[in-house]
Write a protein that binds this ligand. Structure first.
Ligand code: ADP
Ligand code: MG
Length: 247
């Protein structure tokens, strides 16, 4: 396909593990500023799809274009630099460091006004930390040791660490697992704020949460897309009810 306005264009994507196709000839297009939720039964291939997009797993066939650039064969760190951020299920924060430090160390080196000169401008980093801390609701926790945060706050901190790099595409795998009702609510608000100036892909099971945040929903089953569209349409689709929502 020629150049498009899609931030992400995935075509004929396939990955085989010893002959088993975990992703099978999949096509997916994501708009700029779109918040897409991917749902589907366990083993459908949701996590594998994110692994392929971020470069953790190499595709067997097909194409992944990010802002019209072919990513399919590029290593993970190049994709990160291109603007693809990925949050894994288990948070990987530095428990012994303060919230401030966790955010500070996530600021990309060699970027920004002074990056090329080999040192970082403290004011520039400080401003970015303040902006991100406000975004994730931890502005009054900057001096706290990260290990002392609640489970939900740790998840937000890790999202904040990704936001320090200003990704144009942010991907989150089951971000509200283990969260309280209040934390879920705040996470929904956070994700809606985040997608104001970037695209987001979220894997999630909690249908109330999904209906709260999704612009569009993609339903996966056996490595393929079973249905896609607005929540109401997908929810009413007999195929979806049969393999997923009916249980
Ligand atoms: P989901 O996230 O939708 O629950 P996954 O993407 O984790 O599903 O897994 C999809 C299928 O691919 C499962 O059958 C899983 O066992 C298989 N799979 C995932 N990663 C690998 C791997 N590295 N090697 C072999 N099989 C894998
Ligand atoms: Mg998974």
């Amino acid at each position: 396909m020629s150049n498009t306005d899609f931030v992400l264009a995935i075509e004929d994507l396939t990955v085989s593990f010893d002959g088993f196709k975990a992703i099978d000839n999949l096509n997916l297009y994501l708009d700029r500023g779109e918040l897409r939720v991917v749902i589907g039964p366990n083993g459908a291939g949701k996590t594998t799809l994110l692994d392929l997009i971020c470069g953790k797993t190499r595709a067997s066939a097909g194409s992944i274009k990010f802002k019209n650039e072919e990513m399919t064969r590029l290593p993970e760190h190049i994709r990160v630099r291109a603007g693809i951020g990925r949050k894994f299920q288990t948070p990987s924060i530095y428990e012994n460091l303060s919230v401030f430090k966790n955010l500070e160390v996530s600021f990309p080196r060699g970027r920004g006004v002074f990056g090329a000169l080999g040192f970082r401008c403290d004011d520039e980093v400080r401003a970015k930390v303040d902006e991100v801390a406000g975004m994730i609701g931890l502005a009054d926790r900057l001096d706290m040791e990260a290990g002392l945060l609640s489970h939900g706050q740790k998840q937000w901190l890790e999202i904040g660490m990704l936001l320090m790099q200003d990704p144009e595409l942010l991907m989150l795998d089951e971000p509200i697992a283990g969260m309280s009702a209040k934390e879920r609510e705040l996470t929904a608000e956070l994700l809606l704020r985040i997608c104001r100036n970037r695209s987001v892909i979220v894997i999630e099971h909690d249908m109330e949460f999904v209906s709260r945040i999704a612009h569009k929903v993609t339903v996966m089953h056996q490595g393929k897309i079973l249905a896609e569209g607005p929540m109401e349409k997908v929810q009413a689709d007999p195929k979806v009810i049969d393999v997923y929502l009916g249980h």
